[in-house]
Write a protein that binds this ligand. Structure first.
Ligand code: HEM
Ligand SMILES: *[C@@H]1O[C@H](CO)[C@@H](O)[C@H](O)[C@H]1NC(C)=O
Ligand SMILES: *[C@@H]1O[C@H](CO)[C@@H](O)[C@H](O)[C@H]1NC(C)=O
Ligand SMILES: *[C@@H]1O[C@H](CO)[C@@H](O)[C@H](O)[C@H]1NC(C)=O
Ligand SMILES: *[C@@H]1O[C@H](CO)[C@@H](O)[C@H](O)[C@H]1NC(C)=O
Ligand SMILES: *[C@@H]1O[C@H](CO)[C@@H](O)[C@H](O)[C@H]1NC(C)=O
Length: 321
């Protein structure tokens, strides 16, 4: 009986530890022999670019999220449109996806140092870790060995979660990628960095519903300040709001703002309105160290989404080989 139990646990263990054949196995030491300087090259490029343009960290972090949510972390977000096919980066929510040149710079240096070795998808994953660390957030060991995909389609950005989503819709969107409610709440903390244009939240400010002109989950004074920035009907195309009051520092301020009714997107604020996520929001608002360690763990999970062995190491991140 005991022997049988041991046998079946071994069988269970084998099933659990052998991943499906289509899934590439990522490894923190993947480039140790083939390109030991890979991470240094990326980190230096990111540091330099962020000094020239402080918007770079937020843009790179968001780019990684979009990459992983569409076709998995395969650098599909980096491909340019071709005459035959409009790429992801030219799909609708592209408005602040704009730091592609930084990845190009890193990739050019990587190709000089170790030709045909480091994938664009890994370059972006390393860059996403670096921008968080550089902004005062946590750091983590990046798993590597991703392949670059050959397909990028503008119409697939429809599968990104929208800022109007409620927590049920967010949970569904994340669980389709194998990400939990904790991952959802932790990764939404990426909104501690960066900026949003009015178009992403103005539906909350004017004619919100038949009952409320303004989204009632918004803090009243905060809603007034957003309305001044995004007046109806006309406002500057570039107008908008920083996602957190310390938008260039990676901290837990995002969660404190949500507790105060100052989440910029309906999706952010809804995490506090739903009992399944509220307690996690509260614990991250209370304990920045906890947020940092959970964010790091969830970024590693995000980096595993849809990773496959089908693909290539692109030579230029904008075009397939
Ligand atoms: C949970 C679902 C999410 C939704 C609905 C969402 C939605 C958005 C929207 C609408 C914007 C503003 C775009 C604009 O108007 O310019 C934005 C910005 C941003 N998002 Fe998210 N996002 C989500 C999750 C994430 C995740 C998981 C990360 C990273 C871990 C992330 C990182 C960012 C960053 C850094 C910005 C600022 C970009 C900049 O300043 O250029 N977001 N997000
Ligand atoms: C630093 O960044 C600037 C602006 O992007 C770029 O022109 C320059 O070539 C970079 N220098 C290095 C050493 O990467
Ligand atoms: C964003 O997408 C729109 C179409 O949805 C496209 O016309 C525009 O050129 C894109 N903008 C950028 C900066 O890629
Ligand atoms: C995007 O367009 C392609 C054909 O161009 C189609 O096969 C695919 O189903 C579309 N995907 C979505 C999400 O609409
Ligand atoms: C979330 O939104 C969906 C789609 O609009 C709706 O069907 C659902 O009832 C909403 N759930 C909650 C809890 O508000
Ligand atoms: C507000 O929304 C309703 C229904 O969605 C619409 O009929 C009405 O014209 C809108 N009012 C304004 C001032 O835009």
């Amino acid at each position: 009986m005991a022997f049988q139990m041991i046998c079946s646990s071994i069988i269970l263990l084998i099933f659990v530890t052998i991943p499906p054949l289509t899934e590439a196995i990522l490894d923190p030491h993947y480039y140790d022999k083939t390109c030991p300087q890979a991470e240094n090259i990326v980190s230096q490029t990111i540091r330099n670019a962020s000094t020239f343009d402080p918007k770079v960290p937020a843009r790179i972090l968001r780019m990684f999220f979009h990459d992983c949510f569409i076709r998995g972390c395969d650098a599909s977000v980096l491909l340019d449109s071709t005459p035959e096919s409009k790429a992801e980066k030219d799909g609708p929510p592209n408005i602040s996806l704009r730091a592609f040149y930084v990845i190009d710079e890193a990739k050019t240096k990587l190709e000089k140092a170790c030709p045909r070795t480091v994938s664009c998808a890994d370059t972006l994953a390393i860059a996403a870790r670096d921008v968080v660390a550089l902004s005062g957030g946590p750091s983590w060991e990046v798993l590597k060995g991703r392949n670059d995909g050959r397909i990028s389609r503008a119409n697939e950005t429809i599968n990104l979660p929208a800022p109007s989503f409620n927590t049920s819709q967010l949970i569904q969107s994340f669980s389709r990628r194998g990400l939990s409610i904790k991952d959802l709440v932790a990764l939404s903390g990426g909104h501690t960095l960066g900026f949003s244009h009015c178009s992403s939240f103005e539906a909350r400010l004017h004619n919100f519903s038949s009952v409320h002109d303004t989204d009632p989950s918004l803090n009243v004074e905060f809603a007034e300040s957003l309305k001044r920035k995004c007046p109806k009907p006309n406002h500057d195309q570039n107008a908008g709001q920083f996602l957190d009051s310390s938008a260039s520092t990676f901290d837990n301020g995002y969660y404190k703002q949500i507790l105060a009714g100052k989440g910029v997107f309906a999706s952010d604020q809804s995490l506090y309105g739903d009992f399944r996520s509220r307690w996690i929001v509260e614990s991250f608002a209370r304990d920045e160290g906890l947020f940092f360690s959970e964010f790091a763990a969830s970024m590693v999970k995000l980096g595993n989404v849809g990773v496959t062995e089908n693909g290539e190491v692109r030579l230029n991140c904008r075009i397939v080989n």
